[in-house]
Design a protein around this ligand. Structure first.
Ligand code: SF4
Length: 197
């Protein structure tokens, strides 16, 4: 994986359509040893423009929800299944997901979080490699072999789901409560040193 420098993909042309549609590669943000690693689907328009995952409305929702649990965006790591914006915000194809998977695997291995939280259907199904009924399964823990070992994956709805269906807010809240309670369970991670951030 020669085009990954630490946690940053610096150049990549594996997905021709996404190379055409992206403005830039959007890498993950947050501490390199975060206890919580959130994984979204891929960059949207604002993420593509600003170069950061989960900005815009869904980012504001996530920030507010983290804040309510005593966490700041700077305390957690946020990344995506694909790092380049698909055209017209279509879902990434399975080939594109596979193209980008080695980068995500390496990020998971290096960050070594206590729990990985999947935000929405695409990342949940991608990381668990099965069909996921996100609303029904949100808040439940699954296990998957990722980044070199079997890890806890907490299924969560996409923050934007609460914009269209208020009943999803409780589901999001319950999943994030669980995520916050798991931070630090692995010992020695970022949450135990929140003062540094
Ligand atoms: S989505 Fe990932 S694999 Fe595809 S071009 Fe972008 S960085 Fe490369």
């Amino acid at each position: 994986m020669d085009n990954m420098d630490g946690l940053e993909v610096t150049e990549c042309t594996r997905c021709p359509e996404l190379v055409d549609s992206r403005t830039r590669i959007v890498n993950g943000t947050g501490p390199a040893d975060a206890d919580l690693l959130f994984v979204g689907e891929g960059p949207g328009q604002q993420e593509d423009q600003q170069g950061e995952p989960f900005v815009g409305r869904s980012g504001t929702i996530l920030d507010d929800k983290l804040d309510a649990r005593g966490l700041a965006r700077e305390d957690v790591r946020i990344t995506n299944c694909v790092r380049c914006r698909p055209p017209e915000n279509r879902d990434p194809t399975s080939e594109e997901l596979q193209n980008c998977f080695p980068y995500l695997q390496r990020e998971i291995e290096q960050v070594d979080p206590d729990v990985i939280i999947t935000l929405g259907k695409v990342p949940s199904e991608h990381l668990l490699d099965r069909d996921v009924a996100v609303t029904n399964e949100a808040g439940s823990l699954a296990q998957a072999d990722l980044g070199g070992r079997v890890r806890d994956v907490l299924i969560c709805v996409h923050p934007a789901a609460t914009l269209y269906d208020r009943s999803q807010e409780e589901t999001l809240d319950a999943a994030l409560d669980k995520a916050a309670s798991m931070a630090g369970e692995g010992g020695g991670g970022g949450q135990s040193r929140l003062g540094e951030f």
